[in-house]
Write a protein that binds this ligand. Sequence first.
Ligand SMILES: Cc1cc2nc3c(=O)[nH]c(=O)nc-3n(C[C@H](O)[C@H](O)[C@H](O)COP(=O)(O)OP(=O)(O)OC[C@H]3O[C@@H](n4cnc5c(N)ncnc54)[C@H](O)[C@@H]3O)c2cc1C
Length: 452
Amino acid sequence: MNRRKFIQKSLFGLPIVLTVPSLFTQCRKENSPKLNGKSVIIVGAGISGLAAAKKLYENGFEVMVLEAQDKVGGRLRTNRSLGFAFDEGASWIHGVNGNPITTLAQQAGMTSIKTDDDSLIAYDFDGTEITEQRFNQIETEYNNVIKTLKNSGSLNLSFEELFSNLHNDKVSNRLWKFFLSTYLTFDTGDLNLLSSINYDEGENLGGDEHIATNGYDTIPNYLAKGINIKLNQRVTQVNYLSDKVIVTHNGSESKADYVIVTVPLGVLKKNLIEFSPELPPFKKEAIQKVGINCVNKFLVTFDRIFWDDEQYIAYTPEIRDKFNYFVNLNKINPNLKALMTFAYADYARLTESKSDAEIISEIMTHLKAIYGNSIPNPTNLLRTKWNSNEFSYGSYSFTAKETEIKHFQNLGQHLLKKVFFAGEHTHEKYFSNAHGAYLSGIREADTIIELQ
Ligand SMILES: Cc1cc2nc3c(=O)[nH]c(=O)nc-3n(C[C@H](O)[C@H](O)[C@H](O)COP(=O)(O)OP(=O)(O)OC[C@H]3O[C@@H](n4cnc5c(N)ncnc54)[C@H](O)[C@@H]3O)c2cc1C
């Protein structure tokens, strides 16, 4: 994927353990599909869990979704506190052609607009404009390096190590840093952890890049309609020793024929769900080997527009992954006087301990370098903290140093035809994307349907 080019509430328990023999207490509607006598519990109400839930429900399964948060959507999360939709997780439909999100968006009523990758102006750290010719020249060089670098890579060498061995002259070049950060780290993860052979794994879909305009959460809200979803239910244990799988959540136990675990890779890495019997070595290895990155998003609003009338404003600070790319939201919605910017990898993690005032000051330093000291201060800041978010512990998965494609497959491998796994991190082609997550949910639902 290419993101430019493609560029607690814990109600933890009730102290008493309640055992609920049949959990599927919700009355089915009159026109519900005929029941087939089998039940499924889905852990997590992100797009993967909801896609599976809808498909299984439509095929006659009794479905219950257990979601730790107080709303559905997971990393499709929209903040409307300022009166418009700011997507804190996914914003783009990465390649509209053949993308299931394109169809889903139409069904759900999610509106989107094409983002024009060629509408970009770039500035050096002191505010000097970088000519289009120079930008394009380094972009071409960057693309060539990306095509060939892996030929010299190896399993336990990071992208960063290999790049600096072969292209040491480019390491501190600010424009190179911009490309490595915005074109690569944004899509994948920390360069010092990124694989030097599999950094460009995963497939891109064709067609335009579209950005959601009325909120990506429109899709999970649509998928959730009519489904039995229990919110504020944090799953802590999955026991698949006996015939039925027993799932422990908030001190209660629920049983079903099948369970689909869709919690993010970051949650699996923290061992926050105890599996009994414990996960087999191939699964533990995959959880450890595949990487989870951190991308944080920042939205700043102003009382007037002082920036270029382009879709993207690129900036080349010394610190590689720091607020180096601005999306002009006024191009997306003429009523918005707002810019969205990003922090990636370690710098993104670092932002999470900074105050709003510090963040604003750092973003403004970059904007002032470009547009001068007389620009107004922001009227609002919205920001994310995905690394410390206890429901994901990171943003999305990537091919870390020792990651092989088999590890994504192993993350999606079921256990004894009882415990199934979905989520973006289980899709070998489209990991990290909303469409990969969606397709993984459909995949697991189909597998369970075929078992009947
Ligand atoms: C900053 C950012 C930008 C992104 N940009 C894009 C983009 O532009 N385009 C794109 O296609 N993709 C993008 N993505 C990726 C996309 O958002 C994800 O791939 C997708 O939403 C993941 O869906 P999922 O169902 O796998 O996981 P999630 O949406 O994370 O769902 C998992 C659910 O499990 C719940 N959960 C966690 N622990 C427990 C527990 N113990 N018990 C019960 N429930 C639990 C969580 O609360 C969550 O609701 C972005 C993601 C981020 C974070």
